[in-house]
Design a protein around this ligand. Structure first.
Ligand code: KMH
Ligand code: ZN
Length: 277
């Protein structure tokens, strides 16, 4: 089995200091948290940024500053979010793709998101994909429900997505697919044969689904964006603590953890052919 890629999703758009006092907010805090996660075994940093008051933003200046600080500390793959926060418009969300990060997320459909609706129209999905293609950015296709896999496969057939595709199963968002073992197996069954995939279990599903992915040959995303607890009712000390646990469990299960360079090979990201970063 190939080595395990661990993605650290440290910030997100929804978690506040009231939920977890340790959530990183400033570019310096985010870069330091990214470095700690990298040292604990993360090869990919899923990046959201915040304004100084803690509200989510897609401001490219803040992204650029944060990306620069992360790159000064380590060579982890930076995967910017184009999901941003619910309610943000396409133009705002797509902005940081034009900074040419190695990866970006791309949600392949709309989904209820708690009491809100996370809207991703077919037209916007194509535009996100085409912009990523133009800037040489590898998409991570975010799957909140089964139909999103079919949408991505259709776009790949139209050559809008470049194969091999890489998916992230986001499981357990209220309104999206539930984070159960059977559902994960079903999603994996639907993937094209050459695809790679990771799982982001929301809340209590983070650990069991992560362990399933280790066993099945998938990859794992952890971090405060998805789950702030180490165990029931006990907050995690840090994002790095969640990364470190998955790395440890993977090694215990006989699967080594990928470095960023190894992750680039698994994802078929060729730094040389991409835009100057
Ligand atoms: N904050 C969610 C509405 C992504 O990063 O691409 C969307 C999200 C997905 O976090
Ligand atoms: Zn995100």
């Amino acid at each position: 089995m190939e080595k395990l890629m661990i993605t650290a999703a440290m910030v997100g758009a929804e978690v506040t200091r009231r939920d977890h006092p340790g959530i990183p907010i400033t570019p310096e805090e985010i870069a330091e948290a990214a470095y700690e996660c990298y040292k604990a075994g993360a090869s990919i940093i899923h990046l959201h940024v915040r304004k100084s008051d803690g509200t989510p933003t897609q401001d490219i200046t803040v992204f650029k500053e944060t990306m620069t600080l992360i790159k000064e500390k380590c060579d982890a793959i930076i995967q910017i979010s184009t999901g941003g926060a619910v309610g943000m418009a396409f133009e705002e969300r797509v902005g940081p793709v034009r900074l040419g990060p190695e990866m970006a997320t791309l949600t392949a459909g709309s989904v209820n998101f708690g009491e809100d609706v996370f809207i991703n129209s077919p037209q916007d999905i194509e535009l996100f994909a085409l912009t990523m293609k133009e800037y040489g950015v590898k998409p991570e296709i975010e799957v909140f429900d089964t139909g999103m896999i079919s949408t991505a496969i259709k776009l790949a057939k139209k050559d809008i997505f470049v194969s091999p595709l890489h998916f992230d199963m986001v499981m357990g968002v209220p309104g999206g697919i539930e984070g159960t073992p059977k559902n994960l197996l079903q999603l994996v069954e639907l993937l094209p044969g050459n695809a790679t995939w990771t799982v982001a279990g929301i809340g209590k599903g983070e650990l069991p689904l992560g362990v399933m992915a280790i066993i099945l040959g998938g990859h794992v995303r952890v971090g405060f964006e998805d789950n702030i607890y180490y165990s029931k009712g006990i907050l995690a000390d840090s994002n790095a603590q969640l990364v470190e646990r998955i790395a440890r469990m993977s090694r215990e299960l006989g699967r080594e953890v990928a470095t960023p360079e190894e992750a680039r090979k698994i994802l078929k990201i060729n730094k040389e052919t991409l835009y100057d970063r």
